[in-house]
Each structure stands twice: as structure tokens, then as C-alpha cells.
Design a protein around this ligand. Sequence first.
Ligand code: NAG
Ligand code: NAG
Ligand code: NAG
Ligand code: NAG
Ligand code: NAG
Ligand code: NAG
Length: 472
Amino acid sequence: MVVRPWILLLLSRAVAGLPVPSPAQLRYQSTDFVALIHFNMGTFAHNGDPCCDKTNWNVQAPYAAGKTSDAGTFNPKQLNTTQWMESIAALGANIAVLTAKHGCGFALWPTEATLPDGSPYGYNVGMPGAAIQYDVLQRFVDSAKSAGVGYGFYYSIMKNFYLCHNFSGKNSCMEEVLPRQRNVSEQDYIRIARQQVTELWTKYGNLSRIWVDSGLGGLGSLMDELQPQAAGTPKNPIDWCGTESGHPSRDVGSSDVWSTGHGYFGQADADEWVPKFCDPQLFEEHIWFWEPNLHVRSLSEMIPIYHDIVGRGMVMELAFSIDREGLVQKSHASVYGQLGAWVRNCYGSPLAATSGPGMAFTLTLEAGSQFDRIQLQEDIVLGQRVRNYTLEQSKGSGWHPLVRGSAIGRKRIHLLSATQVSERTQLRLRIENATRLPQIRQFAAFSPCQEVQEASDTGLGTGPPQSPTKRG
Ligand SMILES: *[C@@H]1O[C@H](CO)[C@@H](O)[C@H](O)[C@H]1NC(C)=O
Ligand SMILES: *[C@@H]1O[C@H](CO)[C@@H](O)[C@H](O)[C@H]1NC(C)=O
Ligand SMILES: *[C@@H]1O[C@H](CO)[C@@H](O)[C@H](O)[C@H]1NC(C)=O
Ligand SMILES: *[C@@H]1O[C@H](CO)[C@@H](O)[C@H](O)[C@H]1NC(C)=O
Ligand SMILES: *[C@@H]1O[C@H](CO)[C@@H](O)[C@H](O)[C@H]1NC(C)=O
Ligand SMILES: *[C@@H]1O[C@H](CO)[C@@H](O)[C@H](O)[C@H]1NC(C)=O
């Protein structure tokens, strides 16, 4: 009997612990897309973090109903969270996160927090003078539930311009307190933050994802206690890819990305499960809060972003910048819809696919078929087991290597040059090294994908007829 070296390796590691996702992390990684919805006072002030500063706090923007410091200025007249869900569903996102409170300090729900003198918080919907007299979060949660979408909140614990705390959590009113700012002590600040996150983490049911940004302000254990099933908490960590540009390989590095270990790439042999995510904007500009006259990325710009993020095992938390009416603008809705349709169309029906436990898998392609991409997935319930693999194509009686890789995990897409096979051909996934017997969820080959061209650039009536499709 021939004992193959990998069998010895598997046996030798069979007793070692192998990190696997918690139910919260598995839920988080079950979707390619999370909708990261930016909608708050910044929508009526200006983009940035915080969106409020000395230059715009007691100023009325030309388009706004009042000063940024005035709760009445947040006045989306057609606010419709059900309309948001149409784009979220069209994209194929299965979790949506809303900025319950961002850097200005404005709260999208009627918070019961009080200031040190016992008066109400004073910068939120539902207060006297606010244009919106209902709980925006509750509407969002109701719409998400009806759409079957998981939900969560963004609440920046460290920063709150209204309460004189800047991005690092430091008091930013050492020299001057502007009218309508409240200069609270550290102790009062944390008391108010604790009250507000307690409301967010108890009044709206189970959250799928919690976003706090920068520090936790000592509230991490409260989060674990109140929302044990949420991702993005100390118990269910996830890590950022290192850039908001949408192009992590270019801007951070093209190494393989692991769902284990911390940092931008994780580490293959770390003992903790840590899903990775990347958060690009839909705007070409680096803008989160809606502003007019910006440029929305086209489908052809989004496709390489999809491959660089989702195709390298990460979850894409794609920006939704709700406009001043409270809606997803048509031009945005159109790209979310196109991107979702493109993913379903491109990766929905493989030429050939297989799955199961093992170290080697083959696919058979019929003569005449054309392939240009391979998608690999491990069943991550069992952890990330593959360490090294080679994709090969049959050639005569041997095999010709197409690509080598290390990490597979939740999803790995390899784009290859398009190959038309003239006779029946086999593709092989050969796993050279693994910590345990790999469980492959999908090894699939696909034909080149069609990118449906947008109506605006069909060039009706001018020049030669254009092809209705192009490769993506
Ligand atoms: C909200 O949007 C949904 C979906 O587009 C639509 O069916 C509904 O009529 C809208 N509601 C209002 C009040 O405009
Ligand atoms: C925060 O405020 C402190 C004190 O005013 C200041 O030293 C620090 O530079 C500010 N940090 C940021 C990120 O604005
Ligand atoms: C704002 O509060 C901080 C901390 O309580 C205090 O040190 C600072 O002097 C106050 N700023 C002003 C302008 O009074
Ligand atoms: C909410 O999550 C908890 C675990 O944190 C679970 O026991 C409970 O069943 C969940 N509730 C719903 C309604 O899903
Ligand atoms: C195998 O994968 C490891 C990462 O797990 C990597 O460091 C190494 O270079 C790979 N070896 C080969 C031969 O590709
Ligand atoms: C196989 O993977 C293990 C675990 O990552 C590593 O220690 C070992 O060096 C790898 N072996 C080869 C031949 O790459």
C-alpha cells in the first residue's frame, strides 16, 4: 500500500484544534454583499467624519431647511425604507446596516438619554422642533424584516460633535463650545453612549451586524452580552481589508486573504476565525453621505471591484448613500440592480461543477465549450482547510497547470484567459496541502460573462450598430 504524504499530514493534524466560524460569523459570510447605508445629518450637512464641524454647525447650507445644529434640518420628505429594500434585494445583499448615529451626534431614533442637567438628549428625531417625528430605525427594521433582510446599526461610540467628542474620543471643546454644543465630561459622555447603545441593542431585536468604528469606549462586553448573535462584536470579530477604494489588491496588497487571524490578510495558521470585509463606495468619489453632482460607478467599474473583494474571500459592504428626499436615487438603484443581476447571471449556471470531501476533483468540459473563470468554495462550517492547490487542464495524457493558490475559504474566483476547448477536456483541482480533509462546496467552471450594456451608451442612431453586450 502506498501511503501518500498528505494522508500522514492529515493524520498528524487530526487532533489539532481548527478554528471554525461562530453562527454569527457564518451568517455574516453567507452573503456576498452587505448594504452599508449612510443616512443621517451628514446627508444635509456635508460628507466627512464627523460631518459636523466648526464651519457648518451653526450654518444653514444653501439647500437645507435650517442650521446643521437644528434637529429640524434632517427633513427627508419622501423617506421610504421599503424603497431602499428594493435595491438591497436587487443587489442580493442579505444584511443592511444603517447609521443610527454618526459623527454629528444626531440620533435617528427618539432616544431616552439625558444630558447631565436632566434635560432630554436634544439632537434626535422625535424631539420638539424635529422635522421627523417617528422612529426611523423602527421603520428600517420593519422594512428589513418584511424583505427578509438581516439588519444592524452603525453607532460611532467615540465621536459626537454635538457632545464635543472628536474621532479619537477626546474632548474637542477645550477652547470653545459653540452654541447648541454640549460640553460633557468623559464620565457623562460614556453614560450617554451606554444609554444609547443599550437602546439600540435591546429595542430592535437581534442584529446581524454591529458597526462602531474606531474604539469601543469600554462597551464591548455590553455588546457581547446584549447581542451575542451579531457579527462585528468582540466575541464575533470581523476585520477590515485596509481600504475604502474598492481595490484592495492594488492599494493594500494582492496576497491571499484568510478568514482566520486578524489583520488585512489574516494568517493561515491562526487559531481564531475572523471573516474579512471591504467597504467601497458606489460613488467614484470617496463620499459616503449623499451629495449632488457626483459620479456613480458603472457596472463595468463594479465588476473588477467584485472580483477583488468577493473573489478573494471577503464580504463587500457596499455603500448606500440615501438622498435628501430619503430615497435611493434612480441612478444608484440602476447600478445595484445591474450588479446583482450580473452576479446571478455570471455565476448562476456553471458549465460544470462538483463538490464534496477530497484532495482532487475533476470537471469535464464538452468539446466546443468556452471557459474563462473558475470559482472555488470551501464549506467553511468546517473551517478553512486548504493550504495549497493547483488548477490544471488536461493535455494529452498529462496536466497543464493553469493557476496556483493557497486560500480558498468562503469564495475564490480565478479569472483566466478565455479558452475554447476543441475536444472533451478535463479541469482538475489538486489540493497539495491541507490541515484536514478539505470539504469543497463548489469547484466550478464558467463561460465568459455577458455584461448588459446600459441604455445610455447604446449610441442610438449614430455610427455602426453596436454589440448589445461586452465581456465582463
Ligand atoms: C414606498 O416604496 C415602495 C416601494 O417602492 C412603494 O411601493 C410604496 O408605495 C412607497 N410608499 C410611499 C408612501 O410612497
Ligand atoms: C481631538 O481633540 C483633541 C483635543 O482637542 C486634539 O488634540 C486632537 O487632535 C483631536 N483629534 C482629532 C482626530 O480631531
Ligand atoms: C469642556 O469640557 C472639558 C472637560 O470637562 C473642559 O476641560 C474644558 O475646559 C471645557 N471647555 C470649555 C471651553 O469650557
Ligand atoms: C435572538 O438571538 C438569540 C441568541 O442571541 C436567540 O436565542 C434567539 O432565538 C434569537 N431571537 C430571534 C427572534 O431570532
Ligand atoms: C502553501 O501555502 C502557504 C500558505 O499556507 C504558503 O506560504 C506557501 O508558499 C505555499 N506553498 C506553495 C508551494 O505554494
Ligand atoms: C502545509 O501546511 C501546513 C499548515 O499550514 C504548513 O505547516 C506546512 O509547511 C505546509 N507544507 C507545505 C509543503 O507547504
